[in-house]
Design a protein around this ligand. Structure first.
Ligand SMILES: C[S@@+](CC[C@H](N)C(=O)[O-])C[C@H]1O[C@@H](n2cnc3c(N)ncnc32)[C@H](O)[C@@H]1O
Length: 396
């Protein structure tokens, strides 16, 4: 039998799939022909309860799709919340079923060194609405405080997944906004940050966020996103530094000639002061997941202080011929890596693993599906535990 070859490994984040509207603005094509969009993601009204935890007002939040994902609400702008755009949402039939527009087939005769991605542009931007949107920006051209503006692409090959925004990024951002006191003033490292959305939210409460990923063009996009949202971080004195960190390489790049490299001071700051590591939707390939866990182990076992890691992960169920059933192999591998960390007895670091409840408040509009999970890993160097027990007074 002839071997089947899948030439397209194009993936499209659900975040972008359902929500085409004027608040996604296509701005240009990048160098591999992918349309680049500028999207506004609204942060819902924020209040803090007596314990300092973020809560949102019920009336502001509308489930963008509920469990079925078929709500007609425009989830990224106020228009939909007012119902003003509902009649324009073209993706549902009269029974409420979602009509997916198929991507046009690529002409097999077009040979190129790399497949160009041809996403369907679900809706063209409306110049009038663009103008309206620009009018909401302040005098310095910055968007309102409750909007996070992100440049991203849609429908990319697997190697460029970081250029899209994934539900896990929103989920982790929601957790940060629910627990601002936990992260206030902290030094934080984000691994596999993609567009930088979660790092930007983190920097609205934390002091320094090292926002890391791989690839010059992705890191460039991320840096532009940080600049677009700078005014949100400044009130809390937070700052995002976009840096290169590859889970498949042993060392951090400190070559001053390279963009996104680390200074010696930053490396020292990372090692001496990082109290949180965050990672959203980063486990989708087993080899990369192994690299990620090796990186985490190396970092945490060299710290002289405890560090807490938060992972958001979406359990994506797929039918596989190998299992003849639906399963989520990437998730299963993630859980295996967590178990290995927990059972590790190397005499250097102790890891505690727990799954957190996922019913925390929702500040960003996306579909909070039950397959989104949040995991917490606490890494404590044994030298720290030893020093602490040595300094504790002996009980009589
Ligand atoms: C599914 S995306 C998630 C992006 C972002 N956290 C989000 O949730 O929107 C996975 C991320 O892992 C990054 N990644 C893949 N391999 C990596 C590696 N070897 N080192 C560092 N980051 C890597 C990708 O570039 C991408 O940004």
């Amino acid at each position: 039998m002839e071997q089947i070859i899948f030439r397209h490994d194009t993936v499209l984040s659900e975040v972008h799939m359902l929500f085409a509207n004027p608040h996604h603005r296509m701005t240009r094509l990048n160098h591999v022909g992918q349309p680049v969009f500028l999207s506004n993601f609204k942060i819902l009204v924020e209040k803090h309860n007596d314990e300092g935890k973020g809560i949102i007002t019920e009336e502001k939040y509308k489930d963008p799709g509920g469990a079925s994902g078929t709500s007609k609400a425009d989830t990224h702008g106020e228009k939909g919340e007012e119902g003003g755009e509902e009649s324009e949402v073209p993706f549902l039939d009269e029974d409420g079923d979602l009509n997916i527009v198929r991507r046009p087939r690529k002409n097999p005769l077009d040979a190129g060194s790399r497949d160009l991605v041809c996403p369907v542009i679900l809706k063209q931007s409306d110049p009038e609405l663009e103008q309206e949107e620009e009018n909401t920006d302040d005098e310095e051209g910055q968007c309102p405080k409750d909007i996070i503006r992100i440049e991203h692409t849609m429908a990319t090959p697997l190697e460029d997944v970081g250029k899209q925004v994934w539900r896990g990024a929103f989920f982790l951002a929601d957790f940060i906004l629910t627990e601002p006191l936990m992260f206030r003033g902290a030094t934080v490292l984000e691994l596999g940050a993609g567009t930088g959305l979660t790092s930007i939210i983190m920097a609205t409460v934390a002091k320094t966020v090292y926002c890391t990923d791989v690839g010059e063009d992705l890191l460039g996009m991320c840096k532009r996103n940080v600049a677009l949202n700078k005014h949100k971080m400044e009130p809390a004195g937070g700052e995002v530094r976009v840096r290169h960190l590859d889970w498949l390489q042993h060392d951090l790049c400190t070559d001053a000639d390279m963009e996104f490299s680390w200074t010696e001071d930053e490396v020292a700051d990372l090692h001496n002061n990082t109290s949180f590591i965050i990672a959203a939707d980063v486990c989708y390939d087993d080899d990369l997941t192994d690299g990620l866990f090796r990186t985490l182990y190396q970092l945490c076992s060299n710290f002289l202080h405890p560090c807490t890691i938060f992972f958001s992960i979406e359990k994506r169920m797929n039918f596989t011929l190998r299992h003849m059933d639906v399963s989520c192999e990437a998730y299963h591998h993630f859980r295996c890596c967590l178990s290995q960390l927990k059972d590790l007895a190397d005499g250097r670091c102790h890891f505690k693993v727990e799954q957190l409840p996922s019913n925390f408040a929702q500040f960003l509009l996306y579909e909070r599906i039950e397959h989104l999970e949040l995991w917490k890993v606490t890494a404590t160097p044994l030298s720290f535990e030893q020093a602490r027990s040595d300094s504790e007074p002996l009980s009589s």
